[in-house]
Ligand binder design. Structure first.
Ligand code: C2E
Ligand code: CA
Ligand code: CA
Length: 889
């Protein structure tokens, strides 16, 4: 139901104006009209009354004349007939008069007829009667007739036709005929109108004049005026009422838009833009309404724009992503920009464009487009026509004007566009588009920064694989998941065999390339749901959620095989081998650390089992680890207690003479058992104890050589095995120089056996130290030659004196192996190096080597490494009596 609205102030004011405008003239007119009309009516009433008085007088005169005429006739008739006695009274049918007296007079008849009339009045009781006397004198005689006029006939009130009017005939002395004689007023009273007319009788009857007076009550005389008296205010009232009624309707009608505009303005103040003001009129109100609606539309867009901006700003500040910002922004965009269609186009990493559009009416489009050159344009605002970007328009389908695009530029790179379409595209929309693009750029920039931070925190920068932190989180998550759905999973711990030597010999950049290739292979060959992580250096971990023991083993095997494919590094086909340890959860651990530790233990076991193997963790392995830890502790103690002794294995020349010796570390534990260096050297290297051990060996070797020389033995040099770890220590060269000086030995008394990893680019420090020592005459041997990656050109760059051909080449005596062996020996000779063959166990091997031109040999055929005293005894014996090669051992 429509409630009646309250009048506005303007309406009330206008209404009062109407009241004044209607009331004043009507009242003035009514007053004036009343004065004029009532005067006129009074005048008319008076005139009527005057006419009535005159008419009444004339009627009386007429009757008197009729009567005197009648009497005259009768008198004349009398004279003619000479009737002696006229009747006493003559009455007419209507009792007009009564003859009072007829008398013949004796007066002489006159020749000339003569008629004389008189009139007088007589009192007859209360009434006054008129008496007419006619005297006729003619030749027949003379007669006088006297008659009383019948008052009923003469004073005929009916002759006065005015309502309520009463006539009265007066003489100077008395009232002849009055309705009520007693009430003959001398003057008219205030409530009566009076008129008087004088009937002159002198000429006709020689009598004094009669005054005819007519009186009429004002109420009768002014009846019309009375009616006018109440009709006039009533009409005025009616006129005013109608004027006000129509006035108020008109005011309401004509001010209605003002009321609507006021209400709309109030709604807008409350930010309610839902209803536009409807006013069809063509007047100023119509124009004002249209302008108002336009202004409201602009305001609404401004509000929507500002609200939208505020929302994106909020989202940006809350650090939610660009996707969220777009999601919440998109439906608002057409309103914000005041256009039919608006949307966001984002470049995907695939090069396609993800297009999202929304319309005013809430329609949505969401699709991807092949990128078109048109959409990739560099910057700023750009208008697209239908033929310029047909694909986009086909997708949009809902755009009915041109599309205007504004680039979203993040750090100088276009990442997408904000789009809007409308027939008319205003300045506000342009600014809005720009604002949205800038804000989305910030949101995307934030996303990028956050992603970069996340990557920094969670990914390995070299390989892009998960890092240790992410791996640990994922494992924890997988363990939780497995616990929740009562399932299981596995981790595979991978370690590259001898990666260190690649790194050391080919340099870090090649090592990096290798690690990246390996990462790629791992990612390709790991199951889809797996997490591949780089755990450190050359260690990788693969998390396999839901995998059981069989699947884990199969996956590990497949991955190991995939790594075995050769890979080109620095123009060399490099074959990577890896070992893998597997631990299952929740079986082998219920937290990430335990699981990784156990997989690592399994890996350790796999490594010792040989290249390319995978091992599943079992509890007994933990014990091995405990053993290793124990060994480490024991090694520390042994080094402190000087339990690591140098044994010496002589080098024999072609003649069979023992010309030099290699010092090999021997550890005899408290129970007298020897622990193999193959067992404790890696532990020493892992723990850094190898430096202490190495120094001890150099000192023991030098002391021994000093002693040998002091007893006259001509041993050219002693060889000591040097770990790369030692060479990296800048204190190494000074230490060697100090030791040689301490024992008074020249540089060439000492040979340092190093492996091919020396050739690593980053081993520059080590190379520099060796160069410095070489300049001092110290000999440098490449140990286990043939198993690494030395190239001829690299060999030549270093101050090497000796090549020690690895035992594996000596042991195999097949034709192919012999050719390889010969090639190695030839390389040594080509570089003018001393060539030593290691691990010579049989005479056949010795003879072969001899035929191939290898000058120096070492091996069980001659002697294993011996404790210092035994070696001394052997050397002394040999120097006194040169031993035949066969006799040795
Ligand atoms: P290596 O430098 O290649 O030493 C030669 C190894 O071969 C020695 O084993 C030696 O006993 C063994 N050998 C000698 N002749 C024969 C033979 O005819 N047949 C066989 N099968 N083996 C033979 P060992 O002493 O167990 O040393 C193993 C490795 O430990 C060494 O290999 C060396 O790399 C390392 N090592 C030994 N002592 C030291 C040391 O003082 N410092 C460092 N850094 N490493 C050492
Ligand atoms: Ca050696
Ligand atoms: Ca060796």
């Amino acid at each position: 139901m429509k409630t009646r609205r309250a009048a506005t102030r303007i309406e009330t004011r206008t209404w009062w104006l109407f009241v004044a405008c209607a009331l004043v003239p009507v009242a003035a007119f009514a007053l004036l009209g009343f004065v004029v009309v009532s005067g006129e009516l009074q005048r008319l009433a008076q005139e009527r009354l005057d006419a009535a008085a005159k008419g009444y007088g004339l009627v009386i005169l007429d009757r008197l004349q009729q009567i005197d005429g009648d009497l005259t006739q009768r008198a004349q008739l009398h004279l003619q007939t000479a009737e002696p006695e006229p009747p006493a009274s003559i009455t007419t049918d209507r009792a007009v008069f009564r003859v009072l007296d007829i008398s013949r007079t004796a007066s002489a008849a006159s020749r000339n007829p003569h008629i004389n009339k008189t009139l007088h009045t007589i009192r007859r009781g209360d009434a006054t009667a008129a008496v007419v006397e006619v005297s006729v004198r003619n030749p027949q005689g003379s007669i006088r007739m006297q008659a009383e006029v019948m008052p009923d006939y003469l004073w005929n009130d009916e002759a006065v036709l005015l309502p309520g009017a009463t006539p009265c005939v007066l003489t100077e002395e008395a009232a002849l005929s009055c309705a009520d004689d007693n009430n003959v007023p001398a003057h008219a009273t205030s409530d009566e109108l009076t008129s008087e007319w004088t009937l002159f009788l002198n000429a006709s009857y020689g009598a004094p004049a009669w005054r005819i007076r007519v009186q009429q009550p004002r109420s009768d005389a002014l009846g019309a005026l009375n009616a006018f008296r109440w009709m006039l205010p009533a009409t005025a009232m009616l006129a005013v009422t109608l004027a006000l009624l129509f006035g108020s309707i008109f005011i309401r009608r004509s001010h209605a838009p003002l009321h609507l505009l006021t209400q709309a303005a109030r709604r807008i103040a409350r930010r309610d833009f839902s209803q536009p003001v409807v006013c069809e009129s063509r007047d100023e109100y119509g124009r004002l309404t249209r302008t108002f609606n336009r202004m409201a539309g602009n305001l609404q867009n401004q509000f929507a724009l500002q609200t939208g901006f505020a929302r994106i700003d909020e989202i940006i500040l809350s650090r939610a992503g660009a996707a969220e910002a777009i999601d919440s922004l998109l439906p608002q965009m057409p309103h914000m920009l005041g256009c039919n269609v608006a949307g966001v186009l984002l470049m995907e990493s695939s090069g396609r464009i993800h297009v999202r559009l929304a319309t005013q009416t809430g329609e949505r489009r969401d699709d991807t487009l092949e990128v078109s050159a048109e959409l990739m344009m560099r910057q700023g605002m750009r208008r697209l026509t239908r033929d310029a970007a047909p694909a986009l328009f086909a997708l949009a389908g809902i755009a009915n004007g041109d599309l205007v695009l504004c680039a979203i530029t993040v750090a100088g790179v276009i990442r997408g566009h904000v789009a809007a379409s409308d027939e008319r595209f205003g300045r506000a929309a342009t600014q809005g588009l720009l604002g949205i693009a800038q804000r989305l750029a910030v949101a995307i920039g934030n996303d990028d920064a956050q992603q970069a931070l996340w990557r920094q925190a969670h990914l390995d920068p070299l390989t892009g694989l998960a890092n240790r932190l992410l791996l640990q989180r994922r494992i924890t998550q997988a363990i939780d998941d497995a616990r929740a759905d009562n399932s299981h999973g596995a981790v595979i711990f991978l370690d590259l065999d001898r990666f260190k030597s690649v790194n050391d010999s080919l340099g870090h950049s090649s090592g990096d390339v290798l690690l990246r290739r390996i990462a790629e292979r791992l990612t390709t060959h790991a199951p889809r749901n797996a997490t591949v992580a780089r755990f450190g250096g050359d260690e990788f971990v693969i998390l396999l959620p839901h995998a059981d023991e069989r699947e884990a083993k199969e996956d590990a095997q497949r991955i190991l095989e995939s790594l075995a494919d050769p890979c080109m590094l620095d123009e060399i086909h490099y074959v990577t081998h890896a070992s893998a340890g597997i631990a299952l959860f929740p079986h082998h651990g219920t937290d990430a650390d335990a699981l990784l530790k156990h997989a690592d233990i399994a890996l350790y076991r796999a490594k010792s089992a040989g290249r390319g193997t995978a091992r599943l963790f079992d509890a007994s392995m933990s014990e091995d680890i405990a053993v290793r830890l124990q060994l480490e502790q024991q090694l520390r103690d042994a080094l402190r207690n000087g339990e690591i002794r140098a044994h010496f294995q002589p080098k024999v020349d072609a003649s069979g003479a023992m010309v030099a010796a290699e010092a090999l570390a021997r550890w005899q534990d408290s129970r007298g058992a020897f622990i193999s260096p193959a067992l404790f050297i890696p532990v020493a290297e892992d723990t850094g104890l190898v430096t202490v051990l190495g120094e001890s060996m150099v000192i023991q070797a030098c002391r021994q050589l000093r002693q040998w020389r002091s007893i006259g033995l001509t041993i050219q040099h002693v060889a000591v095995n040097i770990s790369m770890l030692q060479l990296r220590d800048p204190a190494f060269a000074p230490f060697i120089e100090r030791t040689l000086a301490l024992f008074g030995l020249p540089g060439d008394s000492l040979e340092l056996e190093v492996t091919e990893s020396l050739f690593a680019q980053d081993g520059q420090e080590a190379v520099e130290q060796l160069r410095r020592l070489a300049r001092g005459g110290v000999r440098i041997a490449i140990d286990d030659f043939g198993t690494g990656f030395s190239s001829m050109s690299r060999l030549r760059e270093f101050p090497i004196t000796t090549l020690k051909i690895d035992q594996s080449f000596v042991r195999d005596l097949s034709d192919k192996a012999r050719m390889l062996l010969k090639a190695l020996i030839d390389v040594g000779h080509a570089l003018h190096l001393e060539v030593v063959a290691e691990g010579v166990e049989t005479a056949e091997q010795r003879d072969t080597l001899r035929t191939l031109g290898c000058g120096l040999m070492q091996g069980f055929l001659f002697t294993p490494a011996l404790p210092a005293e035994e070696a001394t005894r052997l050397l002394v014996a040999a120097s006194v009596r040169p031993v035949s090669l066969q006799e040795a051992g």
